[in-house]
Design a protein around this ligand. Structure first.
Ligand code: GUN
Length: 266
């Protein structure tokens, strides 16, 4: 990443990321702060725009359009969730696909679905990088994704499929989750609920990626997986905090760098 960043610098370009935060959701404030700090640490320029929860949709859409036109901004990120009066779909679709470093735009989702180049959502992409880092070959493996969100579950399943895994997506209406997870070589837990996955649900030696971000009874950050139990059974497991989260941020920086490189070629 440092090399690509230096190559851009040599051509007079500093990758620029605009981060928009609407309202005062405490978790979002932490996420946004971490993203801005990561940009600073990696030599990317970030612009944080904070707005009151009362910001109108028209104002937000106008701001996004201005950023779409700004040549110094290569990536635009609108932190979710948005306050209820704002139409999330409409807001995401207002971001230029060329600057959609979150990978949430329909054009990005369609590119992932069809295997064309485009920005991939950062969290599932980070999960794929973690599997790559341990040299895990997904071909012929059974991957079970718990959760079907547009941000994680659905794109995660597509990425695993692209690497030739057999993929099962489980969700709140899955009658027997344990029967599914016990068959899995790889489990990705992305529900947002504590202890969705416990040791009795995991085949010995399975790989477990925990995408959850929850608070336990003492207010401590924890994932969807019962880490203490599952780590006794799994061959590889990611902790929360410190597992997938930092990878998500890294992929955001990579996407922003990519967007800046693309702007040169355009
Ligand atoms: N809220 C939770 N995760 C994300 C993310 O990856 N991007 C944005 N924009 N909002 C989020």
């Amino acid at each position: 990443m440092a090399q690509r960043s230096a190559a851009l610098k040599a051509r007079g370009i500093t990758p620029g990321l605009a981060v928009i935060l609407v309202g005062d959701n405490p978790a979002s404030q932490v996420y946004v702060r971490n993203k801005v700090k990561a940009c600073e640490d990696s030599g990317l320029r970030s612009v944080l725009e904070k707005y009151e929860a009362s910001l109108s949709e028209t104002e937000l859409l106008a701001r996004i359009e201005a950023l779409n036109q700004d040549p110094d901004i290569h990536g635009i990120l609108v932190q979710l969730p948005l306050p209820g009066h704002l139409d999330t779909h409409k807001v995401i679709e207002a971001i230029s696909p060329a600057k959609d470093v979150d990978g949430f735009h329909m054009a990005s989702a369609g590119a992932l679905l069809t295997g064309l180049p485009g920005f991939w959502p950062c969290t599932p992409h980070g999960c794929m990088k973690m599997l790559e880092s341990i040299g895990y070959d997904l071909r012929g493996k059974h991957a079970v994704v718990i959760g079907r969100s547009n941000i994680v579950g659905k794109p995660m399943a597509l990425m695993l499929l692209q690497q030739n895994a057999t993929v099962t997506i489980c969700h709140s209406a899955t009658p027997d989750l344990k029967a599914m997870t016990l068959q899995a070589d790889v489990i990705v837990a992305a529900v947002g609920k504590r202890h969705v996955l416990t040791a009795d649900m995991v085949k010995p030696g399975a790989v477990v990626l925990d995408v959850g971000m929850n608070r336990d009874d003492n207010g401590k950050l924890c994932g969807d997986v019962d880490f203490a139990g599952v780590s006794q059974v799994a061959s590889y497991i990611t902790p929360v905090p410190g597992g997938v989260g930092p990878m998500t941020i890294t992929m955001l920086l990579v996407n922003t760098l990519q967007a800046a490189e693309n702007s040169l070629a355009a």
